[in-house]
Design a protein around this ligand. Structure first.
Ligand SMILES: [Zn+2]
Length: 843
């Protein structure tokens, strides 16, 4: 009989729901494991990317429970944000209603997937019992000087009508809208993440469970550099030009200075220079991130001012306003040594400025026509001549300090996090403005400051601003008339501490310190790499800031991080160039598809991330209806390691479904034969393989190589199938092996394994079962894989009995065709044989 997945899955989902099977255990003396997937924005629909993300987290949570851990596996909703507000603008629905309905819908989909969440700890960030606590945090930060308000240049997204943090500008465009970002000057609340720059950098070294790539990205984003702050005098001008440089040793090669278009000196000169004013205006329209600026054409405007060279008497160099200099980085001003900086080189070439080399490369390198940025010996630099670059740097800083023109300095690329957003659907900033008293924090007894529900969206701008009553209030200090802050917090504020709240969602305090002490840090955090310098950096900062406000006593929130790849699918276009859904096409042969509607040929695009706009999406619900939850979950974990992109294919899903049917039949056969007698030898042979597989499972799960675990399980299924046919294998050995197989697969396919466990094990629930322990005597392998290298290159491998002698291994290695080809007709000069591991041949 084929596997009745509908009945089995429905039955177990009801059972687990009734038993509240995933409730977080009370704190005990067992080890704990906190497993968390990044919580979703409640868009209303789970897509395949979600399914993969949560299937990965669920496998880890279920494995840890089987292995005897107390597991915390909660879920909630990152529920503030623009889509709800846009839905309100377009459809006239209340953002809260829209959001809460979506949450209900998505929660049901999660339940359909049997992700083992403890729903008693559910939270939604858009509800006052969540965001009220973060208003308290904001006030604490304000008291500590970590939150401040000032007028500053901001990234303005003209489509979302909203400010963006630097981390939210990707290649000069808004991270959500994709619109080219503009610069505006606004009063803004910011958080002093820069106070933690050094600690955020230093503690990266403790995050040994993070992917190297994410650590590197954060390191670059924080961007620590050592150099010097130098105050240049400007000829006939009252102010000095402060320049931060990481290369003070190249001062003798300086041929111009550059300032950002938004630099105060540029502003002042432009007052009497309309041409410069126009140039500056033009610059405001170009993207302003470092990444984007590296590709724009370098443009400048000569202010006519001359900057005095600090080391060479009577020499002055021109001062340009340059579009590639950022006000946000260093001091918004540079001195340029075109011979040794690519950007400066481009600029000097375009404007005919001198290019004077001061570093001579190591022998053998020439520097014609490009900037030389490598090491070398100083030349053309008076007192620095003959020194290497690093010594010259120290010497130049000494000289600058001696002349009283500046000092050595450490600078970070990281900027403070601007958190004001001019939108309705976010957490109100708990601040009141009074004409007499200035900035007044909302008294704690008045928290939460709740969002009004009676808002309209018929005007542009922030509804909180034009709400008739909400913003008008009385000053808590003088009782006079006052107004509320109408900006709301960046939604990354909410996601910066939700993992702490999950430790105790019932407490009336913002956080339960003891519970956080018990459960934190998160042992396995799973989510997309796109958060590497957004959420993951903010959350680290927030944890440290909350620590310093006395809320927690940990330094880092996430011990291990798993960044899963995307789910990809080919895209299809019909003869009119319209996108087609995969279910609208039929495959006729390899890479040839036709439209189901008109039979016309279809153009197949490359496989890329599933997206609604290209219609290369597959609806999880439809797949679950056809093949069952276990098949979908098993398939998204097969073939590909979790950190790599996953290629969706209907054939693959069908393959997973067929495997489950086969597994079902094999387990049925095992149960039918469980009482049979057998011979010791054949039974022992099966048990050996089963116990070796336990080790493989443990190793595979340990490295999150779920695809490997599935491959091992398929192997063991085949072995078990054969053993069923062999009457010499005892029923006891069959059952033992089947149990190992079911436990190994349970984290991936909970329904089928639960059902079969109940039928075969004569006892209870697999959720209460214990992870199998490999018997060391049985798990010892009798064969090992021997690798073969020729002249240091891998040329093949073969299986050999354990502890085979060196001579035999060498003879077997030579017989491999791939090896034979390499050594045939050549003299073997040396062989190195490491028993049980490798044969090395040098010819
Ligand atoms: Zn007042």
């Amino acid at each position: 009989m084929s596997y009745p997945f509908r009945d089995v899955e429905t039955k177990w989902q009801q059972t687990w729901e009734q038993e509240n099977a995933y409730k977080t255990p009370e704190q005990s003396n067992r080890p704990k494991s906190y497993v968390l997937e990044m919580f979703p924005y409640p868009s209303g629909k789970l897509h395949m990317g979600h399914v993969r993300n949560y299937a990965i987290g669920d496998a880890i949570a279920r494995l840890k429970r089987l292995q005897g851990y107390d597991v915390l596996h909660p879920m909630g909703w990152d529920a503030f944000g623009l889509p709800a507000e846009n839905a309100a603008i377009q459809g006239g629905v209340c953002p809260e209603k829209w959001t809460l309905e979506n949450i209900e819908e998505m929660k049901n989909q999660f339940k359909l997937l049997s992700i083992s969440f403890d729903w008693e700890r559910e939270l939604a960030t858009c509800l006052p019992d969540y965001y009220g606590h973060e208003q308290k945090f904001f006030l604490d930060f304000y008291k500590q000087g970590l939150a401040y308000r000032r007028e500053s240049w901001v990234n303005w997204d003209p489509v979302d009508n909203c400010v963006l943090a630097n981390e939210q500008v990707i290649s000069g465009k808004g991270w959500r809208s994709g619109a080219t970002v503009e610069k505006r000057k606004l009063m803004q609340w910011s958080l002093k993440i820069t106070d933690y720059a050094q600690e955020l950098l230093d503690d990266l070294s403790t995050l040994t469970g993070w992917p190297e790539k994410v650590v590197k990205m954060q390191e670059n984003w924080i961007g620590r550099s050592e150099g010097a702050l130098i105050n240049f005098e400007i000829d006939g001008y009252p102010q000095v030009l402060s320049v931060f440089t990481t290369r003070p040793e190249t001062l003798f090669g300086a041929s111009f200075c550059g300032i950002a278009p938004t630099h105060p000196i540029a502003d002042e000169v432009a007052q009497n220079n309309p041409e410069l004013a126009m140039f500056i205006e033009d610059c405001q329209r170009t993207p302003t991130t470092e990444e984007a600026l590296s590709t724009v054409e370098k443009k400048g405007y000569d202010t006519g001012l001359r900057v005095k060279h600090p080391f060479i008497k009577d020499v002055t160099i021109p001062l340009y306003v340059a579009n590639f200099v950022l006000m946000d980085y260093g001091t918004g001003a540079i001195f340029a040594c075109p011979a040794h900086d690519e950007r400066d080189f481009d600029f000097a070439t375009a404007y005919g400025l001198p290019i004077r080399p001061v570093v001579m490369p190591e022998a053998g390198e020439t520097i014609n026509g490009i900037a030389y940025t490598g090491p070398g010996t100083m030349i053309n630099s008076e007192f620095l001549n003959g020194l290497d670059v690093l010594s010259a740097r120290r010497r130049a800083i000494e000289e600058v300090e001696k002349l009283g023109m500046g000092q050595g300095q450490v600078t970070f690329r990281l900027r403070d996090w601007s958190v004001s957003r001019q939108r309705y659907w976010g957490c109100p900033i708990p601040i009141i403005y009074c004409d007499d008293c200035g900035i007044v924090p909302v008294p704690e007894k008045d928290l939460p400051v709740k969002l009004p529900m009676d808002v309209t969206f018929d005007q542009t701008g922030n509804p909180l601003d034009y709400h008739p009553t909400w913003k008008h209030t009385t000053c808590p200090l003088c009782q006079g008339k006052a107004t509320r802050e109408t900006d709301t917090l960046d939604t990354f504020f909410e996601s910066s501490w939700y993992f702490l709240r999950f430790c105790d969602t019932k407490t009336a305090d913002p956080l339960n310190k003891a519970a956080a002490q018990h459960w934190m840090p998160v042992d396995a955090y799973i989510g997309g790499i796109e958060h590497a310098v957004l959420h993951l950096l903010y959350a680290r900062f927030f944890t440290k800031a909350l620590r310093d406000c006395g809320y927690v006593s940990i330094n880092e929130p996430f011990k291990n991080l798993l960044t899963q790849g995307m789910v990809c699918h080919s895209s299809f276009k019909d003869s009119d160039g319209q996108w087609l859904f995969p279910h609208e096409v039929t495959k006729v042969s390899e890479n040839k598809y036709i439209s189901k509607k008109d039979g016309m040929p279809v153009t197949v695009g490359r496989s890329e991330k599933m997206s609604k706009s290209k219609k290369n999406v597959v609806d999880p619900k439809e797949m679950i209806d056809t093949y069952g939850v276990d098949a979908v979950r098993l398939f998204v974990m097969s073939d590909t390691p979790p950190e790599k992109d996953f290629e969706w294919s209907d054939e693959g899903l069908e393959g997973a479904w067929r495997y489950l049917n086969r597994l079902w039949r094999v387990l049925e056969t095992v149960i039918e034969n469980k009482a049979r007698e057998g011979a010791d030898d054949a039974s022992l042979a099966l048990r050996k393989i089963a116990h070796q597989t336990i080790d493989k499972f443990v190793h595979g799960y340990g490295r999150h190589a779920f695809n490997k675990v599935i491959a091992f399980a398929r192997e063991l299924t085949r072995t078990l199938e054969e053993a069923c046919q062999n009457s010499a294998v005892s029923g006891a050995a069959l059952i033992e092996t089947a149990k190992i197989l079911m436990l190994g697969l349970n984290p991936l396919i909970p329904h089928l394994t639960s059902e079969m466990w109940k039928m075969s094990a004569d006892a209870g629930d697999i959720l209460q079962a214990e992870w199998p322990v490999a018997d060391p005597d049985l798990a010892v392998k009798s064969e090992v894989t021997i690798a073969v290298q020729v002249n240091g290159k891998m040329r093949g491998s073969f299986q050999a009995a354990i502890d085979t002698d060196q001579e035999t291994l060498f003879e077997q290695a030579k017989e491999l065709a791939t090896v034979h080809r390499e050594i045939d007709g050549k003299t073997i000069r040396k062989t190195i044989v490491v028993p049980n591991r490798i044969v090395n041949i040098v010819v």
